[in-house]
Design a protein around this ligand. Structure first.
Ligand code: ADP
Length: 336
């Protein structure tokens, strides 16, 4: 079989590494953001200083980590990777900061989840390139100020609103990543297919792009599932039919909504009569963390017009009722 790579089925890398582009050129879509970032990097290179700190905001899977790695690669500097939840004490962050080399990029994923003392230490370090290191314990402890070389922090967050403003103010460049239009996802799927050695027939990439929730990570994941389907069914290439059948098996529906999306809409319509319902009640009903419902599920449902956020809570739109095969309530029809 031509399209089948020599890997056994269960050897799929858990990471997104193999499909990550390494240069800005290879980053698909988001043209305005790319142009801004290009200018920003070119200026830093010309001035021969590390660029200002960068904040990348947006839902998961849209390319924040990828961009951070591209920035380091384009600047030809090493990148250190950590995350808000991985840093439990300010001291953990102090030791990372004090070991950074000049010009290095420090990538902090989920930066909104840094503990408060670490956050305070970070913005001083970002502003003044200095960190106070505690020496000793108890009453005899003292803090020694340590000067750091210039470095660049790249923070990523799915919840920009949760960043305290002093921290947010330390970033010289903030980029908001948005869901990708179908045409861009189609390009991305074609690129990934060629990296994975999967042959796509006319229309297959398009069909996949419609089902990917505007999200590169999901597009890549679905492509892998469709590849599995083709391998098992001894297909030489993937056609539209294979895409449709494979995705039906994985419960991805015609709008690209997955099980959790559907569970959320079902809960609002069936259990809460269409809403309004508060985030906590809704999350409890579908058995998910409220942060997951809020950052993973809702942004796409809102963007696609299935859900609105009102001051009283979440409300399902007429589109949502119809998508579930239900008759919209009368007052929903009046609202939308
Ligand atoms: P995030 O950090 O925002 O959660 P990632 O950067 O980890 O997302 O991206 C998830 C996957 O999607 C990676 O495999 C990455 O290579 C791919 N990806 C994301 N954005 C793009 C893009 N614009 N072009 C090509 N691949 C992308």
């Amino acid at each position: 079989l031509r399209m089948v790579s020599s890997q056994p089925l269960d050897s799929e890398p858990v990471s997104d590494e193999e499909l990550r582009p390494h240069v800005l050129e290879g980053f698909i879509g988001q043209p305005r953001l790319k142009a801004q970032l290009q200018l920003f990097l070119d200026a830093a290179r010309k001035r021969e200083v590390p660029p200002d700190h960068i904040l990348l905001a947006g839902p998961p899977g849209l390319g924040k980590t990828t961009l951070a790695m591209i920035v380091a690669n384009e600047l030809g500097v090493p990148i250190r990777v950590t995350s808000g939840p991985a840093i439990q004490h300010a001291g953990d962050l102090a030791s990372i900061l004090s070991s950074l080399d000049a010009g290095e990029v420090l990538f902090i994923d989920e930066i909104h989840r840094l503990p408060r003392p670490a956050e305070e230490l970070l913005y001083i370090a970002m502003e003044d390139f200095r960190v106070d290191v505690m020496v000793g314990k108890g009453p005899g402890a003292s803090s020694i100020p340590l000067t750091l070389p210039r470095f660049t922090v790249i923070g990523a967050t799915t919840r920009e609103g949760m960043l305290p403003s002093p921290l947010r103010a330390r970033f010289g460049f903030t980029a908001h990543l948005d869901f990708y239009p179908h045409e861009e996802l189609e390009k991305l799927i074609e690129r990934s297919a060629s990296v994975l050695g999967v042959e796509l027939e006319e229309g297959a990439a398009h069909q996949l792009s419609l089902r990917s929730r505007g999200t590169p990570r999901i597009a890549n994941r679905l492509l892998r599932r469709v590849r599995d389907w083709a391998i098992v069914h001894d297909l030489e290439s993937v056609d539209v039919d294979a895409v449709t059948q494979a995705l039906a098996l994985y419960q991805i529906d015609s709008e690209g909504l997955d099980r959790l999306d559907i569970a959320v809409l079902q809960a609002i319509c069936r259990n809460f009569n269409g809403g309004p319902v508060g985030l906590n009640n809704l999350s409890a009903m579908v058995g998910e963390e409220s942060e997951t419902v809020e950052t993973v599920c809702e942004p796409y449902l809102v963007r696609e017009g299935f859900l609105v956020r009102t001051p009283k809570g979440r409300v399902a739109t007429a589109k949502a009722w119809r998508h579930l095969g239900l008759e919209p309530q009368d007052d929903v029809n009046k609202l939308f």
